[in-house]
Structure formats: structure tokens, C-alpha cells
Design a protein around this ligand. Sequence first.
Ligand code: SF4
Ligand code: SF4
Length: 387
Amino acid sequence: MSKVVIKDCRDYRIDRLMETIEIGIDLLGGWNKFIAPGMTVLLKVNLIGPKPPDSAAVTHVEFVRALTRILKDHGCTVWIGDSSGGAIAGIAPTARSLKVSGLQEVADSEGALLKNFDKEGVIPVKSTIDTKPMYLAKPLFEADLVINLPKLKTHSASMYTGAVKNLYGCIPGLRKAEYHRLAPDQLALGQVLADIHAAVNVGLHVMDGITAMQGDGPTAGKPYRSEKILLSTDPLALDAVAASMIGLTVDDIPILVSARDRGLGEASLSQINIVGDYTAPPQLAGFKLPKRFTRLATGRGGHRLLAKIIELMKARPRISTRLCRSCNICVQSCPVQAIHPETKAINYAACIECMCCHEVCMYQAVKLRRDNPVMELIARLDPRMQS
Ligand code: SF4
Ligand code: SF4
């Protein structure tokens, strides 16, 4: 039976974080189960873009500091790595993200080594959606242990992002866009994620759910004080529990459906042993989902027929010319070149609704709107979508 630890943690105070993580690890069998002195441990953070810690878009810098200190106290060498999404002048913005997120400072002051996945070389692994191999960042295969540090967030394309989705950053640089093109729907994207999990031996998942992101995540939502840390060796079990905390089931989240189909872990709450401060997933009251989805289509007892109708009329990205600063990051990041570089008009015949444009825009100029006014009204009446 898979085990998920849920611990309360009020804030990012370093002593509180270290103590809470230590208790959580003890409940999973203790550090001796995972590490030994002299090992190299890679912390795979969520560094989606150049966002500061209080944006709730990235794994919080103090969360990473706490893990780094604990691992170094155990005699380990610590690497911190990821690859950001999007493109600035044709280059993934990972180096900038490392600075803005505070991770550069953590590495410098705590004696860890940064691994910018865009610059470390790649290893080919098997892809189920392509005849060619998929290339993943080399440090993932050089470390003795990989610890996944996802952030609890909503996602305007996949509805939720956590332990399973966080490994998408193992694909370096602009190749991420290529896999969005090859896997244009969320079930197919789930296959890509399952391939990554099959190739990378992640030993432990520790979720930063202290300040989560609600609403239009993964970058344009609003912080939500959920005050939780989740730990597990099973990424799907962790996500099933975290999704339940925000009122969703695995069936609501296609990438997790694919993960379940591929046997990535346990998806059924009745088969997950929840320990720590809770024996069942605590509910995060008032947590907002992305505007693009509606509560009527989700959760236990959701209306599947209505879900199908809404599926056909989901909100699509539109660029606000008023807010747009013409940086063209969205244009360069679009996997199917659907955004006009001058007018910023979107060619919906080409658009695969990956929401990368929404994710990478740092000025929140990419809005999600429904064409159908009735559906827009239904959505507005849903209190969980008014973020
Ligand atoms: S929508 Fe955002 S990312 Fe795209 S060009 Fe305008 S400001 Fe840049
Ligand atoms: S326009 Fe936006 S949502 Fe559509 S394919 Fe391009 S990046 Fe993805």
C-alpha cells in the first residue's frame, strides 16, 4: 500500500521547515532508507519561469534551503536543477529563473551546485509517442538520488500540477515545446510524463504545499495559504491526495489518468495510507480552480455530460493588446507557431490549447475567455472559478 505523509507547516521559517520535513521523512522510514554519506542528491525543483518565491509559481526558495541543509548535514553533495518553460530570444530562461527565484543565492550560501538542465547535456530515453528517443537532462542520471520538489498548483491546461507533472522540466530548453506539439492533448502529454517517470529513478517526492497557487495557474494564479507539506515515494498517490484536497479526483485530471493507466503508482484513495497530521485528505476551503474549467465538470459526483459540453466550449487564450508588452516570449514559445508576431492574433485552427502562451507571459496579458456567452455565464456563476 502506498503511503502519503501530510504535515501542517504554517510558513517558510527555516527551523520549522527542517523540523517538519524530518518528521515527515521519519514517517516514511527515515533518511537511512534514501541516503548515505557521500551520495549526490539532485533536488528537482519547480522553476517554471523567472518568478519570485512569493508568487507561489515556483518551489519556495526556503523549502529548497531546508532540504539542502538537511542533506548536507547527512554528508551528501546537493545539486539543485530544472529547466524553465518558454523562450526569451530563442533561449529558455532558466538562468534568469535561478536568480529571480532566489535559488542562485541558496546554492551560493548553502554550498549546493546549480544544474541548469539546458546546459548539462542530455541522455536519450524511450518515448512511447515518437519513434525517436526523448532527450532528458543528464544530471538526472548522474545523481545517486533524485528528489522531486513539486509545488501544489492549478494549471490552466492540465487543471492541476504536482508530483507527476513536475518532471516535465526534465526535458531541457525548447524541446518542451516539441513534446507539446507531439502530444497535443492532455492524455498524450500524460504518456510523455509517464515516459519520463519510467526513465528517471526518482526516490522521493516532497511537495511544497505551504503557499499553493489557485485560480489560473501555473503562473498567473493567486497564492493560497494551504500550509501543508506532502511526502511520498509514490508520485501518483501524492497527487491523488493533493488533488482531493482541492476537490478534484484523478479522473478529472487526464495526465493522472494516463499515469494510472501506465501503472505509475496508486490512484485510489482507499488504497493509500495517509499518515502524519491527517488520516484523510484535508479539504482546502474556497480553493479556486482555473477559470477554464468548471466545478460542475469535476469532483466526486461531477456531471460528466455537462463536462463533455463544457469540454467543447472551453476558454481559449486571447492576448490583451492593452496589457501586452510585445516581448514575443509567447510567440517564440508556441509549439505550433499559432501567434502572429505583430498583431498577437491567435490562429485557433492551429492552436493545440497547450496554454504555454498563458504560462510564459510574465505580464498576464494572455487571458482565457469563452466564445460562447452562455458557457461564460455558467462559468462565472461557479464560485470555485472566480479567482
Ligand atoms: S502576450 Fe505576454 S508574452 Fe506575449 S508578447 Fe505580449 S507581453 Fe509578451
Ligand atoms: S496559441 Fe497558446 S495555447 Fe495555442 S498552441 Fe500556441 S502556445 Fe499553445
